[in-house]
Structures are given as structure tokens and as C-alpha cells.
Design a protein around this ligand. Sequence first.
Ligand SMILES: Cc1ncc(COP(=O)(O)O)c(C=O)c1O
Length: 367
Amino acid sequence: MKIDSFKIEDWMNRYCPEARYDLTSTCIKPLCVNELFSFDSSKEIFNTSLSYGDIQGSLRLKNGIKSLYTNQGEENITVTHGAIGANQLVFLALLEKGDEVVSVLPAYQQHYSIPESLGAEVKKYFLKEENNWLPDLKELEKVITRKTKLLILNNPNNPTGAVIPDDMLEKIVEIAKENNVWILSDEVYRGLNLCGNPYSKSIADLYEKGISVGSMSKTYSLPGLRVGWIAAREDLIQEIIKHREYNTISVSILDDYFASIALENRDKISERNFRIMNLGKNILKEWLAQERNVDCVLPKGGTTILLRYNKDIPSKVLCRNLQELTGTALLPGETFEMEGYLRAGFCIGEEVLKTGLLNLSEYLKSL
Ligand SMILES: Cc1ncc(COP(=O)(O)O)c(C=O)c1O
């Protein structure tokens, strides 16, 4: 099976280790083990034997995951190796050569490169800045047809920071229903809405052919656990499990344990995370107010924004020069099919964000 290289991963692997001010991260400063352990009075883990554990994920973990949804039972959930493993399993279980897929961009490259590698016909639907990076439903209605098998969304969105309002999500479900289309919504940033309810409605709760992917990496600041999940109707979960058995066995029993603790204490983690997110958003606002060479739609949720710059320079060249001169790393738009833009993570801590943005301003002024 041939596949395109994963451009953002390639870029980050190459440039981030040497960055002094790394603005490429999509995570909110990860928790350390001590912080997580402070939520766990039992310390049961020290007497736990390091077996494979519960193959499909422990009941405790599944209960934690279930609590994030209104309509999902244990039978609707399977635990995966991060959201990256979850997305891949969905594609493997659902897609065959020749299937038509609509992928909404900009988004995570998995959402179009894996379907393409499986031989699917991928139609890319690009979000526009003038629509605040939200889909235009009239356009979407034309793109989705009776031939479409799967629509792929990322809500909240990386890189734009847009959040699809619940009523718009319901309209998207109607369009999908009319055409009998599955919807995969990559919801790794769900729980990180900056306005109103932090949790948007989940596609699995809204639609019988809705598939939600979630993980511990972003909303719960635990990317090192490598725990994700899929929530969907039971017959699809059973199909997914057939593929899962060939590539997962179980997630680590340590990851399962720590993820369970985190979900049971998610209010405390959220409080901490929203402090970091709001601080980052305010720094962005102040910076944009005095920055003449960059414009952007402020984030409604998630951890990243898309910066549009007004200089005639390819994004990769810009990022390479910026890093060489100032030690500041940003992600070039070309790596996610959005030339002319840069992605910045804004939940990385005050000093790095402020200095990184200042360095970008100085560099753009010098061009
Ligand atoms: C939209 C999206 N989906 C999936 C992933 C992978 O997440 P995980 O760490 O849970 O595998 C990422 C990571 O950046 C992401 O941004």
C-alpha cells in the first residue's frame, strides 16, 4: 500500500527539536506524572500486574469515555492507540477501492491521504477564511452526492481554531442523511470550545451513521499516554474490532489506568487548560492588534490558529529563515495544503508564545 509522506510530521520531526521557541505544538502543555498521580489516592497501579489488561479497554476507562457522550454504551466504544490509530481503523473498516470520500480541509493529513492510499476517490472541500473557516452548507450540499460514502470533519478544527456550531452540525447531519453518508468527526479537540459549552455535540450522539474519534492528547493534555477511542454504532464497532485485533491487542495497561484517572478528574484538568488557553488567546489578540503583516480569524476553540501573512514568500522558505534567524518554529501552510498561511499553537505557555510572535513580527518587517 503506497502512501504520501505525512508532511507536517516530516516538517516537525526535522525542525522542532532544534527550535528555541516552538510554536508548532497542537497540545496544551502536557501534565506530568506527579500532577496526574495527585488525583489518585489509591496508587493501585503499583500492585497491578503488567499484563495485556482488558483487550478492548477496561470498564473503568470505558465508563470515563461514555461520560463524554449522551447516547453511547460500552458496546459503542473501542479504545485505540491515540486518535491517529482510531482514524486509521475507521478508514480500514469502512473504505474500499473506488469509494467516494469527501474530506474537509484544512485538516489532519490522515483524513485524505489514508483514504487515497486505500484507493478511494477523495474530493477535497476547502474551508474559506471569509466564512470564518466554517463550511458553506450550500456548497457542501453540492459536493456530497448519493455516490459519497464518507464525509470527514475535524471539529473543533486544527489548524483554523473554528468550531462548527451545534445547529450547523445538525444541518450537516441532514445533508448526510439525505445521501446515506457516514460522517467521521475527528473530535480530538472536543471539550476545548472557548465560548459557551466547552463540549460541542458529538457526531456519534447526533447521527446513527456518525463516528466520533477522541483521545487523551489535546483536551486532557496527556499525549504521552497514547490512548484514543472510537464511538459509533455497534455493528461498525464490531467491523472495526476485526481490524483492531490485527494491529492493537490492547493499549498499555498503564495508559489505560492513567487515562481512567484523568477522565474521572477532567474538571480539574479543564480548569487548568482553560487558564492556559485564555492566556494564549489574549496574547494573540494583543499581538494582532499591532501587527500589520498578519491577519487571522481568532480561535473559537482548539489549540491552533491559521495566520495569513502579506509577504510574497513561500511558507516553507519563511519558516526555515525564521527558525534560522530567531530559533522560532512555525508550521508552513504548504505542509497542509494552505500556502500563504502559517499554523501557530497558542497553548504553549506565555514566554514562548510572546517571544515567538515578536520574532515573527520582526522578521516580517525585515522583508
Ligand atoms: C486532528 C487531529 N487528529 C488526530 C491527531 C492525533 O492525535 P493522537 O495524539 O490522539 O493520536 C491529531 C494530533 O495532532 C490531530 O490534530
